[in-house]
Design a protein around this ligand. Structure first.
Ligand code: AHR
Length: 509
């Protein structure tokens, strides 16, 4: 293989598993300024809003076609008591958010506000229930309150709070990180709890829940196995469907240790590559959990839900350490690109993924200024936008017969080019990342089983991987048209400058 040309073969007529749109899902926790100041400013704010929900944030997220939004946590979910967040705002009790900064939470953003947000965004709710400090009855009531029609105690309560019709809620989480902040349980103990909670989270009328058992941290395959084992023991109850439809897993990327994760915008070349090598391990992680699940569920009916992923850096200097506010650079964009390529490859088992978190927390799409209210979109936002066309598309396998360029990072090998492809409605979409910090590379796409025309291409890159957007320079990292694509006898040759993310789209014939 020459130094800078990578051949890649795509059979455009051989459709693989469908890439669920839900792998482009999101996450909003009562944490720092994600909800308050991010999504929700209250009705009296000068910032244009509907029912307190920021309309600029809604408009920006609508452009991403976000398929689902997970709420209210995270760790917060396991100390959230939903009945405190309904009814007149002035009567809602105040609590302390012990996980995130020990600040007071006034419960002004509750169930009705969240469902209104989902309606404005045109997205599906994913509610994460409280197993850690809640009760089965409390969770069961919440499902009834949200989804039951006709008449019942919870239906009467909902109607008294102004909502006649039930909502549709499909995605339901049975706790969060129950190995840690969600109750410090063992895998075996939680597997029983998951069955118990799942039993009482009823399907009301035609609302069919998709129950998600709280899964492992990182590479803890034992946790996944314990949950899969329990799923196959159905006891004496006649159960038509498995008690839960998916198992979650969480995976965060950072350059250092949990105690000192590294800074979001100040990093050297070694930290840059360490970050991308850690991001690339998402493929190994999904393969490992899927292999365990295959032993118990070879027909792949139970899904993996990666409901927290993304970069986690030290907080920005001068901000509350409990608020997890971080900037977002071109490096973060490449982390996202690498994750999405893996998500596309694992479309047969990965049903959903949720980036942590949508606004002002961890690897956000949107940052808002606490003083001026100004909003900027991040480099990661642009990757979500450029990859929109993969949602619900048929995955296409990408073969690289001569291998991928790579470099040694922390004792392992990091492939410095990442590619994935899909087709939908007669259109081909290819996403390509060049992780090499200084060298460009050409990828020669050998397209078999069809031809491609009307090709367009976009590129996201910047002078340096540290580049990021601020209210003063909101477009420092923004997509532009890419003129680095040329037709060849076999397909397309795509130029990838150093540290760049590129999409190529065309009509298939
Ligand atoms: O996303 C921030 C936190 O990370 C979540 O609350 C928790 O689930 C995880 O540890």
């Amino acid at each position: 293989m020459t130094d800078n040309v990578v051949p890649a073969v795509i059979n455009v007529d051989l459709e693989g598993p469908r890439i669920s749109r839900h792998v482009y899902g999101h996450f909003a926790e009562h944490l720092g300024r994600c909800i308050y100041g991010g999504f929700y400013v209250g009705e009296d704010s000068d910032i244009p809003n509907e029912g307190g929900i920021r309309l600029d944030v809604v408009e920006a997220l609508r452009a991403l076609d976000i398929p689902n939004l997970r709420w209210p946590g995270g760790c917060f979910a396991d100390e959230y008591h939903w009945k405190d967040g309904i009814g007149p705002k002035e009567d809602r009790p105040v609590m302390v958010n012990t996980h995130w900064g020990n600040v007071e939470e006034n419960n002004h953003f509750g169930t009705h506000e969240f469902m209104a947000l989902c309606e404005l965004l045109g997205t599906e709710p994913y509610i994460s229930g409280n197993v850690g400090s809640g009760t089965v009855a409390e969770m069961s009531d919440w499902v009834e309150y949200l989804t039951r029609g006709g008449d019942s105690p919870m239906v009467r309560l909902r109607k008294a709070n102004g909502r006649e019709e039930p909502w549709k809620v499909k995605y339901w989480g049975l706790g969060n990180e129950t190995w840690g902040c969600g109750g410090n349980m063992t895998a075996e103990h939680y597997a029983n709890e998951a069955r118990r909670y799942a039993t009482y989270c009823r399907d009301h009328g035609d609302n069919k829940l998709y129950r998600i058992a709280a899964g492992a941290s990182d590479f803890d395959y034992h946790w996944t196995e314990a949950l899969m084992k329990q799923l196959s023991h159905l006891g004496c109850q006649r159960v038509e469907r498995p008690l839960y439809q998916a198992i979650s897993v969480h995976y965060y990327t950072f350059a250092g240790t949990w105690e000192d994760k590294g800074a979001a915008t100040v990093f050297d070349t070694d930290q840059y590559y360490t970050t991308l090598a850690k991001a690339a391990r998402i493929d190994e992680l999904l393969t490992g959990h899927a292999n365990v699940m295959d032993l118990y569920d070879p027909r792949k009916e139970i899904g993996i839900v990666l409901d927290e992923w993304g970069t986690w850096w030290n907080v920005e200097p001068g901000t509350n350490p409990g608020f997890l506010y971080q900037q977002n650079t071109m490096r973060d964009a490449l982390v996202a690109g690498v994750h999405f390529d893996a998500f596309h490859r694992h479309a047969d088992r990965l049903h959903m993924a949720n980036i942590a978190q949508t606004v002002n927390v961890l690897q956000s799409m949107i940052l808002t200024d606490p003083d001026t209210g100004a909003m900027v979109t991040t480099p990661t936002y642009h990757v979500f936008a450029m990859n929109r066309g993969h949602q619900d598309a048929a995955g296409l396998r990408v073969d690289t017969p001569e291998g991928l360029p790579s470099r040694e990072v922390d004792g392992g090998e990091l492939s410095t080019v990442s590619v994935s492809a899909s087709r939908k409605n007669g259109r081909l979409l290819v996403s390509l990342s060049n992780l090499d910090v200084e060298k460009s590379v050409d990828v020669e796409l050998d397209l078999r089983g069809g031809t491609v025309g009307e090709v367009t291409s976009q590129i996201l890159t910047a002078e340096a991987p540290q580049a990021h957007n601020t209210p003063e320079t909101p477009e420092a990292v923004a997509p532009r048209e890419h003129d680095g694509v040329t037709a060849t006898g076999k397909g397309l040759r795509v130029r990838l400058p150093a540290h760049s993310f590129v999409t190529v789209e065309g009509r298939l014939a």
